[in-house]
Design a binder for this molecule. Structure first.
Ligand SMILES: [Zn+2]
Length: 356
């Protein structure tokens, strides 16, 4: 019994150590930098179209026999709510298209370095995909690439901000301390503290944003105070943000993006061909012309503000095995709408809680 207990304690301590690192997503190659011209030209578009609503879909892994489910639906909603709160100030919000469970022990314990491609069959098309695993050995979350269309997180974490952090990577943000390591692990493009003069490099180094101070990932204590003592290449002491979502520091302190980070994410959402497809229209009417009957297949009618179903002249009927999902801040089912799904069919009408 003593031996068993010893092994249990040893195992528990290894697991908790393995979770120490927030995220392993690193910048690869060279940073993506938008020209001032591009940023300026998008200012008007961004002002008119905000808030951007990003469609996400969650896959929760469990073991082959259905046990060890990596998280509960209720806790996924907590992750979503924390993410919504962080992004709201930057005119980005979310719509959760659905949650599915996949029983696969291998994927429930995901090696992010070697098993990225194993996720492909489980990607829900048309959504930014969130995969939830029981373990991601070494990490709490991983976005694979910057930007990207899918991410992985560990389920049931106390630090709910991890989803917002990985989403930040998917929408084009680097770590505030990104050193751009070469193959030998040496930094090639570290950001300096200075914001003027010869040492200034904040537009091309680190996270390529000047409103996030240079960061050496030197540590943040329980009181959210920076504990590092490092200096940059120009001998200036670091004084990083200790509440930024894209820092490591102390995850419990991280609840804010800067204006520059918000701008950069909205720029990716308007210019990246993959990410663009995940943003919603403001209002949708269905059907557009004449009466339409859907009897089979899966379909989503999703909008930011309103979905109007039927108008008396163009009416929608859903029956048979069709699986149809309607979601927006408000969904209006008007007279002429008929939902009569048969066995295997489904109609879901929901208001979206993740976009104010
Ligand atoms: Zn990260």
């Amino acid at each position: 019994m003593k031996t068993l207990l010893f092994f249990f304690i040893l195992f528990a301590s290894i697991v908790s150590q393995a979770q120490n690192k927030i995220c392993g997503t690193v910048g690869k190659g060279k940073p993506i930098i938008f020209s001032k011209q591009t940023m300026d030209s998008l200012k008007l578009t961004n002002a008119i179209n905000t808030p951007y609503t990003v469609k996400v879909y969650v896959t929760i892994f469990a073991d082959d026999n259905g046990t060890n489910r990596s998280d509960t639906d209720a806790h996924i909603n907590d992750y979503m709510q924390v993410m919504t709160n962080v992004f709201q100030a930057h005119n980005i919000c979310f719509l959760l298209g659905g949650i599915k469970q996949i029983n696969n022990t291998d994927l429930n314990n995901q090696n992010v370095d070697t098993e990225e491609s194993e996720l492909t069959p489980y990607i829900e098309p048309g959504f930014l995909n969130i995969f939830v695993h029981r373990t991601l050995p070494g990490y709490s979350g991983y976005a694979y690439n910057i930007p990207n269309t899918f991410l992985s997180i560990v389920g049931n974490l106390f630090e709910d901000v991890i989803l917002a952090h990985e989403m930040g990577h998917c929408l084009g943000l680097y770590h505030t301390f990104e050193p751009w390591l070469d193959n030998n692990g040496n930094p090639t493009n570290k950001e300096n503290v200075a914001r003027a003069g010869n040492c200034q490099n904040c537009t091309t180094a680190g996270d390529v944003l000047c409103d996030t101070p240079a960061d050496d990932n030197g540590g943040v204590n329980a009181a959210c105070v920076y504990t590092g003592t490092g200096k940059d290449a120009c001998n200036a002491f670091y004084s990083p943000l200790t509440n930024n979502v894209m820092g490591y520091g102390n995850a419990a302190c991280n609840d804010t993006f800067t204006a520059g980070q918000g701008d950069r994410m909205r720029t990716f959402l308007t210019t990246n061909n993959d990410l663009k497809t995940f943003t919603l229209h403001d209002v949708l009417y269905t059907p557009v012309f004449g009466n339409v009957t859907i009897s089979s297949g899966k379909g989503y009618t999703l909008a930011r503000d309103r979905v109007f179903v039927s108008d008396g002249n163009a009416n929608l009927t859903v029956n048979g095995t069709a699986q149809q999902f309607f979601q927006a801040k408000k969904v209006s089912l008007r007279s002429g709408t008929k939902f009569s799904p048969a066995v295997g069919g489904k109609v879901s009408v929901k208001s979206n809680p993740f976009c104010n």
